[in-house]
Design a protein around this ligand. Sequence first.
Ligand SMILES: [Zn+2]
Length: 468
Amino acid sequence: MKLFNTLTRQVDEFKPVKQGQVGIYSCGPTVYWNQHIGHMYAYVQWDTLVRVFKYMGNQVNWVMNVTDVGHMTSDEDTGDDKMEKGAAREGLSVWEIAEKYTKQFLESMDKLNIQRPDTLCRATEHIPEQIELISLIEKNGFSYKTKTGLVFDTSKFPRYADFAGLNLDEQAAGSRTEVDMDKKKPWDFLLWVTNQPEHIMKWDSPWGVGFPGWHIECTAMSVKYLGERFDIHTGGKEHKPVHHTNEIAQGYGAFRHQTANYWLHNDWLVFDGEKMSKSLGNNVLVTDLIEKGFNPLALRYLILTSHYRKGINFTWSSLAAAQTAWDKLNKFVVDVRSKTEDSRKQLSKEKEKKLEKFREEFLMAVNDDMAFPKAVATVWEMMASNIPDYDKMDQLLEWDQILGLRLGQETKEEVPGEVKELMAKREELRKEGKYVEADGMRMQIEKLGWKLEDSKMGVKVKKISALG
Ligand SMILES: [Zn+2]
């Protein structure tokens, strides 16, 4: 397996700490609001990574955190506490907010066929571990106290800026966030916060009553479940300059060495070219896809057609095309399975060779820094080949252990991809003010046996029943 390691800035051959075992830590959600499909992009990619390792015969231990305390609206220790903001917004307690959005996150994961991590660890359930780790960092001389709390002293870790290739002085000069004047350097960060007595979630500690900084939870929990040296740490590319840079510094402060050997970062799923966010109002949830008649696995398919380091531009038409592709693969499996006779024959030498070549190509792609666009192309080459249907189906289902598309579902009431593509086209035409052409799309959809209903909540599609 080859992986692009942010630490070395190159594609490295993966060498596990222990042969046959892989420990992976993924930065998980901050559960203060809904997780949208932009967030889910990362989790689909890392789930697929786990699947590749498992398929290759490794024992995988996948750990993911749930941030339910200490994450400020800015990644740099400033702004409001995200959890408290969520609680104020909805008139719920911080604990209820955490519960509500952890549930929403897990339900979205399930719908996208993302395996549950072996350990899903909540920050608030690991306060003693975080205190212990901070104590170690303090004992090693990597911290100092300010009015705000206990701060990590980055000057003690000379390679602080290396991981993300930061120009710290330039960054600090351009920063608009107010600087804690007690800090020796603007980029020194809080390990434990003590100056917010009104903070709802708080615990006793050697530095006073308070709560942990955001970054310490990931170091504390990754090391607890995977050891002081483990294989892979994943996150979004936005984690490089602050969160992961600080995690690496904390690891060095506590253990004097790197905790994870490979750091993997995904690029983003953007919506019509813009980052998905609540403030822009363009955040789409998995449940929104379902409401529009899509199978969430179409999104999984769409994500797999992108490389995790390139990201993807999500549009409704690209999702509709992905649904058509998924429908085709799914229907193929369903149809072959429903054949009454098993027409399986010994494959000819020529076809056997061809199938072997497809298998090799697929495995080579997924092991080459997860080149899934290539792997998906191989799937279609195999589908278009003269290999008999039964053998195609067997191969497809074997690959599906990695793809996770749950192929072979009976989906009688699903809206066909063709209808969804027409719907997406209609939507675009309407945006452009081309109402006559848009109405043409509606009539085409009706010919296919589906009826559109426009409502304030968007367009709904219903099957025209045989009788009426
Ligand atoms: Zn993290």
